[in-house]
Design a protein around this ligand. Structure first.
Ligand code: NZQ
Ligand code: ZN
Length: 398
């Protein structure tokens, strides 16, 4: 196990009706003037925003609002948020929504008291957040990105479509996250399924590693099995509270860093996917359902050991009379079938509706990430091109 620092200070307030405690929580974490950040229409439609406003009013906390953050949030929304927050003297950001809303709020948190362009943090020009990074609180409405417990924020710069992730655990981990599984019951099934693909991939990025670390791997294997089991329950019974609750909590644990403690992490599948959501506007989780099997098939040819372990320990495939190569090929096939069962796309054509421009994707990946990606099997840009090519068709995977 490698040396590590695990700093995860977020207070998670989990369960039915917990959104009613949001005013009390903001007060506890020192907020006096809040900016509520929300997405398209879902939180207004469900009545959640009205409940949040009421809770803040009861706690005597003033607020302003920024609405309309779109999936795969852009720099445009961040600039708007910074402007509102500065004009209104906001000292606390309350994200009501999913990863897109939370990540946009986190970018505003970085930018409000920074004299330069907030994008400096995303393009590597600035690396140490200035004193006065605003605190962020969350009311989560979709279990997926894990941003409620992560120190990450992912923003797309519209000019050039650069989708970049930053990680500042000391500054960007939310102070609190309110998580009521009932709030996720208004999700369209497709979004629930995308969230499941995303949370699984957050574990894959840490589990598929050459570092031996039995504790995070034991946690990871348990979470993966539980997510897959509950996903199938929800597919038939989307209002099942226990399954919703398990999926919601698992999605946080998948990405709060626990599964990566002491391990070299990979993140190739995410980098490959971010180009798809940046250029084609697809849902992040759906993009992962396409890229992960292609990535896994590719790396299995060079390093099948951990994929074979996944096949046995997580997917329950019997190892008897099977080489690591056979086990890993079976794992790819089973995972793909799992995504298909959830109604997710598994080819680029299904995802985008056309064949993507692979030159564009690889060129953009190169400009954002440099020459190589990943750690389990380091990938050259030539490898990435091959993985996109494999993702065009299902029958090329094994
Ligand atoms: O905008 P509204 O109307 O709210 O609709 C949203 C949106 O269309 C809808 N939705 C959310 N909660 C709902 C609901 N609809 C009905 N009922 C509810 N309760 O779902 C759609 C997707 O929302 P979004 O916030 O985009 O989803 P998600 O949480 O998957 O976030 C995706 C973003 O997070 C980034 C992704 O790249 C993408 O930009 N990620 C962030 C990470 C992080 N900060 O740590 C890590 C991830 O790997 C990921 O890259
Ligand atoms: Zn993700």
């Amino acid at each position: 196990m490698d040396n590590f620092v695990f700093y995860s200070p977020t207070e998670f307030v989990f369960g039915r009706d917990t959104q009613q405690r949001v005013g009390e929580l903001v007060k506890r974490y020192g907020g006096t003037k809040v900016m509520i950040v929300s997405g398209g229409r879902s939180a207004e439609r469900s009545g959640l925003l009205a409940q949040v406003r009421e809770s803040l009013e009861q706690a005597g906390i003033a607020y302003t609002e920024q609405k309309g953050i779109q999936p795969n949030p852009t720099d445009e929304g961040v600039y708007e948020g910074i402007e509102i927050a500065r004009a209104e003297g906001v000292d606390f950001l309350l994200a009501v929504g999913g990863g897109s809303v939370i990540d946009s709020a986190k970018a505003v948190a970085l930018g409000v008291n920074y004299e330069g362009d907030f994008w400096d943090y995303y393009c590597g020009k600035a690396t140490v957040p200035v004193p006065g990074t605003l605190p962020v609180g969350v009311v989560l409405t979709i279990p997926a990105a894990g941003s409620e417990g992560s120190g990450n924020s992912v923003i797309t710069k519209l000019d050039g479509r650069h989708k970049i992730s930053v990680r500042y655990p000391m500054h960007l981990r939310p102070r609190f996250a309110v998580m009521n599984p009932e709030l996720t019951m208004t999700l369209p099934w497709f979004q629930t399924a995308c969230g499941i693909a995303d949370m699984l991939c957050h574990i894959f990025e840490r589990y598929f590693s050459n570092t031996d670390a039995s504790v995070p791997d034991a946690v990871a294997a348990g979470l993966m099995k539980d997510i897959m089991r509950n996903a199938l329950i929800l597919k038939d019974d989307p209002d099942n509270y226990e399954a919703r609750a398990s999926i919601m909590w698992a999605s946080t644990l998948a990405h709060n860093g626990l599964c990566g403690t002491g391990k070299a992490e990979d993140w190739s599948s995410h980098r490959l996917e971010h180009e798809l959501s940046a250029w084609y506007g697809v849902a992040h989780g759906a993009g992962l359902a396409v890229m992960v099997p292609a990535w896994m098939a590719f790396v299995s040819k060079k390093n099948p050991a951990k994929v074979a372990e996944f096949a046995v320990n997580v997917l329950g495939i019997s190892p008897e009379n099977k080489t690591p190569e056979i086990l890993s090929a079976l794992a790819v096939e089973l995972l793909k079938q799992f995504y298909i069962t959830l109604g997710l796309p598994v080819t680029l054509r299904d995802l985008i509706g056309e064949d993507p421009d692979i030159n564009l994707l690889v060129g953009s990946l190169h400009s954002n990430m440099g020459e190589t990606l990943g750690a389990y099997v380091p990938l050259s840009m030539k490898d990435c091109r091959e993985i996109y090519r494999m993702a065009q068709r299902t029958d090329t995977l094994v």
